[in-house]
Design a protein around this ligand. Structure first.
Ligand code: MG
Length: 385
């Protein structure tokens, strides 16, 4: 059995996991959460992250973040924070690496389009889809469908969930209905995600030329560290100045999060993970840092995520997803056999339509950017096979 003796009493302990949906003997040479992490790394959905994007579409450049490198950056930040707070590093790593598995191709544009297509069929939520990937869609083990992850990993993966969907998720959905918190590991991974994308989107935005350094200087948080870099390395410019600025920003966010959370934990004094679940959220930025991060987000939203060149690509991405969905709903015979819902499954025509829509959403959500583009050409251009 793996001892978690170095962990705080309120951390997630592998030996006290709430367990897996299908019982399995405890692993011999690793902790339960290491096993979760290992299963995620070996999954098909994890490999697809390499060709899925957040802001930029995969073919736009080789140096931009993909969902894979994003997830690795989240894991790095989350582990640093976890070690400082004596929380479970293996668990935060598992949650980080799995948190985006359910994302559609083409980032938020793809997700919005698929959600709109699924409006009459229960909608599409990427967090719920990440859970569906690890619970159901991965086909790797003889004894069960999905990856059969521990409750704690699944709790962390399901960051948000509508109340309607929460009702169908048993114990996992309870916290949304009862307004309880997840583990500290889940709370911190959520904020590590934010730290990662806010900073790497600045980096990618500057690299792409959609943002300029002069524009970034309008954001106090950036300007302050850029001036600090100039003071230490007078005359420095270009990529190194940007990297030196961004590493300071990441560091400031992580330090603030650690210190603020430490104080909150001390104040609320949880003695177990169950206390954590019943108490208010403890992992947070200070009010001052929260405000700075919010201004940065607003800036990125306005100047990067809504940049006209990004809008153009997002629009094409939405049309691609919509075309694929509508055509496949009209002509399910075009789907690969695994995704065709047959009448043998029982139920009336309406429930068959709902199940077919869900399978099409699974198929589209599983596509990488380039696969979705290729599939679109194959289905709409007669020259393509
Ligand atoms: Mg993310």
């Amino acid at each position: 059995m793996f001892a978690d003796s170095h962990l705080a009493p309120y951390a997630a302990q592998s030996a006290q996991s709430k367990g897996r949906r299908f019982h399995e003997p405890a692993p011999a040479s690793r902790s339960e959460f290491q096993r979760d992490r290992d299963r995620i790394i070996h999954s098909t959905a994890f490999r697809r992250l390499e060709y899925k994007t957040q802001v930029f579409v995969n073919h736009e450049g080789d140096l931009f973040r993909t969902r894979l490198t994003h997830s690795i950056e989240v894991a790095q930040i989350a582990r640093s924070i976890a070690r400082n707070l004596r929380l479970n590093e293996d668990l935060v790593e598992a949650i980080s690496l799995a948190h985006d598995l359910g994302h559609t191709p083409f980032g938020h544009a793809g997700q919005d389009a698929l959600n709109a297509c699924m409006k009459d069929y229960g909608g599409f939520e990427h967090n719920l889809q990440s859970l569906r990937v690890v619970d159901t869609l991965e086909e790797r083990y003889a004894a069960f469908e999905g990856l059969n992850l521990s409750f704690e990993s699944r709790e962390g993966i399901l960051k948000h969930c509508s109340l309607n969907n929460a009702k169908n998720l048993g114990e996992l959905g309870e916290r949304f209905l009862l307004k309880r918190q997840p583990s500290l590991e889940a709370q911190l991974t959520n904020l590590a995600d934010e730290i990662a994308y806010n900073n790497h989107d600045i980096d990618d935005g500057l690299r792409s030329g959609l943002l300029t350094e002069a524009q970034m200087m309008e954001v106090d948080f950036f300007a302050r560290f850029r001036h600090e870099v100039e003071a230490v390395y007078p005359g420095i410019g270009g990529r190194r100045a940007i990297s030196e600025t961004i590493r300071r920003m990441i560091n400031a966010l992580i330090s603030d999060l650690i210190h603020t959370s430490e104080a909150r934990i001390l104040d609320l004094a949880p003695t177990s993970i169950e206390d954590v679940r019943n108490m208010p959220a403890m992992i947070s930025f200070s009010d001052a840092m929260y405000k700075e991060a919010k201004l940065l987000k607003q800036f990125l939203f306005q100047h990067l995520y809504r940049h006209y060149q990004v809008n153009r690509m997002s629009n094409k991405a939405k049309n691609t997803v919509r075309d694929l969905f509508n055509l496949m709903m009209e002509e399910p015979g075009l789907l690969p056999p695994d995704y065709q819902v047959s009448a043998q499954h029982g139920g009336d025509d309406e429930s068959k339509e709902v199940r077919q829509a869900r399978r099409i959403a699974d198929y589209i959500a599983g596509m990488t950017d380039r696969y979705a583009m290729r599939e679109h050409r194959r289905l709409f251009q007669i020259e393509e096979v």
